[in-house]
Design a protein around this ligand. Sequence first.
Ligand code: FPP
Length: 239
Amino acid sequence: MAEAEPVKGVPRHVGIIMDGNGRWANERGLPRSLGHRAGTKNLRRVISAAADAGVKYISFYAFSTENWKRPAEEVSGLMDLLAEFIDNEVSDLHKENARLLHIGHLDGLSPLLKKKVEDAIELTKDNTRINVIIAFNYGGRDEIVCAVRKLIAEGVAAEDINEERLSASLFTAEIPDPDLIIRTSGEQRTSNFMIWQAAYAEWSFPKTYWPDFDEKALQTELENYAGRERRFGKISEQL
Ligand code: FPP
């Protein structure tokens, strides 16, 4: 992957846990599916605003390995929204020089949807303005288990396993760790999102439901981030 230059004070990688679609819909007397639809529509403006601000990687937690436990109708609605997102948005994202990536398992998706995702990844693979990572059928614990299995399958000796090696076996091998993770809707949980990679991430929990989280809300988060001191285990004087 072409290395994206970091911009000072701007998080290189922002992760977003898009929470609150259901409550957004409930408050309007709408079915949950319309909350997810509004949440999907919101992706575009947040991606553009992030790219304008100099963010080089933005990841969205769209469907977790645990979300299969939701009612079948909601699960199939989320699959349809991923297909619609690709059909409706990817050609514009491509024009905007955005690269689409996926983390998680595509094998759990229908062959048609899997192909759509693979084609979108292929189409945008040389784009450099921003990397848009869709975590779909993704779970952090599962990702670590898969990485360990991979290392064992490669015959790596126990004493040769270290943090770098494990990181390089994750779905995110080519992606820098998130600097800032935003979970909308006020809930304060990781919900299995990038649990390895988030070791030194700054977290933020704005109360806004995801469909209402706009460019201004992102700007506020980026300004707050710029004011934080990241010490990575050190003390201020050492930085
Ligand atoms: C959490 O809100 C949201 C999800 C589990 C799904 C997020 C998915 C999308 C925005 C659309 C699909 C994504 C793509 C990339 C096309 P919730 O339903 O748990 O909300 P609640 O806590 O208010 O009920």
